[in-house]
Design a binder for this molecule. Structure first.
Ligand code: AMP
Length: 428
């Protein structure tokens, strides 16, 4: 029997293992959507695959995604390389430029959610296909938008009922600040290159900052020993002022955060603001979500200058955190009416009646004829408010036997009476 690829998951209501239960996903996505729409962001769907260059140029040649070949790449029939998206931001920037959103009132604030693909080794909270809710504010370089993005992200987590959050805020500076920082790191790590992991050895020359967020224990041990100065000490005056403004705005909004002077992010396109949201239950090495400013990304993709800031929330990791905090999910809606056939001929009668009532109320039906006692058990299991039976006796009189499950009150109703009972906005 064929099985799913390791690192991919089927998501359904009765899934035994967190975080793969569909009601949890629905809760997260609908809450995020409500928060983001309520703040005026528009939903956008971009394809789950793009030309490889969109992601390769965007995330950077020294990111894990490119170095460790974490992208799922395939050829189209013309031999052009395509990739499943390893992150949504580059695709959204591509769409912004392609559809001339520059002429819309700025900033343009967009959100999306959907599957993301990275060929990482599977562990708890790390999958080959996972899901993200993603928000992007494009077209304006103003620390107000960074503060708003962080506040919205935190509000999504809090609305879901999550506590124990920590927002780590840093700045990766402007490109020229990073040139100075990388030079400093190159000199620091250079003599110890042979102590680094194979991936990081390449980075000493190409992009030593990337060594700092390496997942390799070997690299982390060397970092602990060498104690590099943090990025924040290398900010130029413009990036420094921008960072202070983001902090001031967050203080003013009452959003709690801690400044992490050495925060660096996994993707090359970030400038200035970078942040991560951590949760005790997920472990220090993995973030619940992250975000940052990416003013140079559009130009990396061959587009015009386009400032932007945004975040990605990992749905699976968030589901794990919600479970660990024991957050109760909203109950699934239960049917107002459960209609049960008592004999073979009643099957279609029950379905026909259900279809007439369904625009008004939530109706479920039994699919195989049962005794009234068994059908009643089914209705109770479903949490229905009423159960209706149709059998030989009902057919002879042209009625449905309707029982209110809470009071036990039972009456025989003609279809018209049944319709008017469920017509009103408030049912007993
Ligand atoms: P990143 O784009 O790497 O900052 O990822 C944003 C968020 O997506 C992370 O904070 C995680 O919550 C989630 N995430 C990233 N990679 C994975 C993965 N392989 N499996 C599950 N969630 C992930």
């Amino acid at each position: 029997m064929l099985k799913a690829v390791p690192g991919t998951n089927d998501i359904f209501a009765q899934a035994k293992e967190y975080p793969f239960r569909e009601p949890v996903f629905r809760y997260i996505i609908s809450t995020a959507e409500e928060v983001l729409r309520g703040a005026g962001a528009q939903m956008v769907y971009t394809p789950i695959f793009e030309y490889l260059e969109v992601f390769q140029k965007g995330v950077g040649l020294t990111s894990d995604i490119v170095v460790k070949k974490e992208m799922f790449v395939f050829e189209d029939r013309g031999g052009r390389l395509l990739a499943l998206r390893p992150e949504p931001t580059a695709a959204i920037v591509r769409a912004f430029n392609e559809h001339g959103m520059k002429v819309w009132p700025q900033p343009v604030r967009l959100f999306t959610w959907g599957p993301i693909f990275r060929g990482e080794r599977q562990q708890k909270g790390r999958y080959k296909q996972f899901h993200q809710v993603d928000y992007e504010a494009l077209g304006l370089s103003d620390p107000l938008l960074d503060a708003e993005a962080i506040a919205l992200m935190v509000r999504i987590y809090k609305t879901l009922g999550l506590r124990n959050l920590e927002v780590k805020l840093g700045s990766v500076g402007d490109p020229e600040d990073r040139v100075r920082y990388n030079q400093y790191l190159r000199e620091l790590f250079g003599p110890y290159a042979s102590d680094l992991s194979e991936d990081s050895r390449v980075r000493v020359e190409a992009n030593p900052m990337r060594i700092l967020d390496s997942k390799s224990e070997r690299d982390q041990a060397l970092i602990a020993e060498l104690q590099p100065k943090p990025m924040l000490e290398f900010l130029g005056p413009a990036a420094q002022k921008f960072h202070e403004q983001v902090c001031n705005y967050l203080d003013r909004l009452g959003v709690a955060y801690t400044v992490d002077p050495s925060l660096v992010r996994g993707l090359d396109y970030y400038v200035r603001t970078a942040w991560e949201v951590h949760h005790a239950g997920i472990g220090a090495k993995s973030a619940l979500g992250g975000g940052g400013r990416y003013d140079g990304l559009s130009e990396m993709l061959g587009g015009p200058p386009l400032p932007g800031v945004g975040f990605g929330i990992g749905v699976e990791r968030l589901a794990i955190a919600l479970e660990q905090e024991g957050v109760a999910l909203p109950a699934d809606p239960s049917p107002t009416l459960y209609l049960a056939p008592l004999d073979e001929a009643a099957k279609i009668e029950v379905l026909a009646l259900a279809e007439q009532l369904r625009p008004k109320i939530h109706v479920e039906i039994g699919y195989t004829p049962k005794s009234p006692r068994k059908a009643l058990e089914d209705a109770l299991k479903k949490g229905a408010r009423y159960v209706g039976f149709i059998g030989e006796a009902e057919r002879a009189r042209g009625v449905v036997t309707l029982k209110h499950l809470e009071t036990g009150e039972q009456r025989a109703l003609e279809p018209l009476q049944l319709h008017s009972l469920f017509e009103g906005p408030e049912l007993k």
